[in-house]
Write a protein that binds this ligand. Structure first.
Ligand SMILES: [Zn+2]
Length: 321
């Protein structure tokens, strides 16, 4: 039975020498069923199932039509990744989140393992599992806008890429002061609205509060302990440290959302020269300890497994069997 009206052919995926039409909503793609079956066991089973008699089978321009329940944008990038070898190259080649989203969702659903691994590697490059990785990010292959963080979280949940979530939640907390409305109403994505699930919203609100509470601990080296080992001029050093504390605490309202970034190279350079070298060295050690403690606890703040478990999940997901 032919299908008609309101349908549009994909411009980039219409190979007239191929014999299968894939339909996603009102978009049609004409591709090779045999190539698709060779990449995906799900499509292999679907295409090899006994077909109903030809009079009942949907056709378009003489080709059988397989209808998918997937988003047309996701379907398009997924099929392009399979049929156009230059479209979605491995990390670190440049790509974008919409492409990663479609390829990852559908390669996960239709079990196209090499594309799933490729998309996960792109997705993960922005969200390291170590503090060193966060401080010195490896080259990234795609750009992130604050409004994409909610779709990133939803995608990670859907494909069980939990290892990126501590860093994504951290980033969402950083952007929150300007995006309360996004949390409440959701953000526009792929022609619809993307919202945090009720459970993720609860996890985020609780976790981001805990994250903000940690800003003070990151600066504690400024006032505690009062006496630092090896100090050569206690009263001068301590009064300079306390003056700096007073100044920095005034900034905490703006910077408290980002405990890791509240103190860095620029702040070390701005410290008064009156603080002795021994104090400086001890202060650097204490600050590093506080940062490491914060990073170690980050997954727990957002109700996620510990870093070791998350890294094992990542290794298993990216391993080539
Ligand atoms: Zn000193």
């Amino acid at each position: 039975m032919p299908i008609d009206d309101c349908l549009k052919k994909s411009e980039s995926l219409w190979f007239s020498d191929c014999g299968l039409v894939i339909r996603a909503n009102t978009t049609l793609f004409r591709v090779s069923g045999e190539i698709l079956a060779s990449k995906s066991p799900i499509f292999r089973d679907m295409l090899h199932m006994p077909q109903p008699s030809s009079s009942q089978c949907e056709t378009f321009e003489g080709c059988p039509v397989v209808s998918l329940a997937d988003d047309p944008n996701d379907t398009e990038v997924f099929l392009r990744a399979i049929f156009d070898s230059e479209f979605f190259e491995p990390y670190p080649s440049e790509t974008d989140f919409e492409t990663i989203h479609g390829v990852l969702k559908l390669s996960n659903k239709y079990l196209v393992d090499y594309l799933r691994r490729r998309a996960l590697t792109h997705l993960s490059c922005r969200y390291p599992t170590t503090l060193e990785g966060w401080m010195d990010l490896t080259p990234t292959s795609w750009r992130i806008e604050p409004d994409l963080l909610i779709p990133v979280i939803n995608l990670a949940r859907e494909v069980s890429a939990l290892w990126i979530l501590p860093a994504v939640f951290y980033s969402l907390c950083i952007s929150t002061p300007h995006h309360f409305r996004s949390l409440a109403r959701g953000v526009s994505f792929q022609g619809g609205t993307s919202r945090l699930s009720p459970s993720d919203l609860e996890i985020f609100l609780e976790g981001s509060h805990a994250q903000r509470e940690c800003a003070s601990a990151m600066l504690q080296f400024l006032w505690y302990p009062e006496h630092l080992q090896g100090c050569t001029s206690w009263s001068r050093c301590y009064s300079a440290r306390c003056a700096e504390r007073k100044y920095r605490e005034g900034l905490q309202y703006q910077l408290g959302y980002r405990p890791i970034e509240i103190w860095g190279d620029a702040e070390w350079r701005q410290l008064p020269a009156s603080i002795c070298a021994a104090c400086l060295e001890r202060m650097r050690g204490l600050h590093q300890q506080a940062m490491e403690g914060f990073w170690d606890d980050l997954p727990a703040k957002y109700h996620l497994p510990c870093w070791d478990d998350l890294e094992q999940m990542k290794d298993a997901a990216l391993a080539h069997f």
